[in-house]
Unconditional design. Sequence first.
Length: 207
Amino acid sequence: MDQEFSSRVLENAVTELSRLPGIGRKTALRLALHLLRREEKDVTALGEALISLRKDICYCRQCHNISEDELCAICASPARDHRTLCVVENVKDVMSIENTGQYNGVYHVLGGLISPMDGIGPDSLEIASLVKRVAAGDIDEVILALSSTMEGDTTNFYIYRRLGDYDIRLTQLARGMSVGNEIEYTDEVTLGRSLLNRVPFGDSFKQ
């Protein structure tokens, strides 16, 4: 049975908070009541931060990482190795790899993984733009840093087929990561070692 509210304003706040992932209506109510107990300036600061997040954050035109400018800080940095390209599923994976301190190249964020069961095909992801970056001839190595799941392996193989005709080194993370693991839940030490000990992607087909 739905909770009945004495205040339409409170009900609206609970409804909006419950739209967040992992937040049910009971949790949303606790959050809303907590905000009511905070100083008005604190709640205003939270609201302004959320509005700014939506209005001022965009996606890098080159790698599709989140950014406040046309190019993200990583793509714009002359200190990065722009000839080494790490392909990841999402922005959280960029953060995870950056936290290892073991990588100095640039990234390409796919925005997901191929999953026919969920209606996600290659055209739904940033694969065409990846091929375009490689075809420009400015990339020496592409690192496939996707999760060790069925969807990740399917996406790896598809990219391998698409990039097979280009003169690049195509590698993947070493299997220090357990099969079935997602990048964002892998500890930094294991992820860093997997990155440093990456292997040619074609080796995964050898018996």
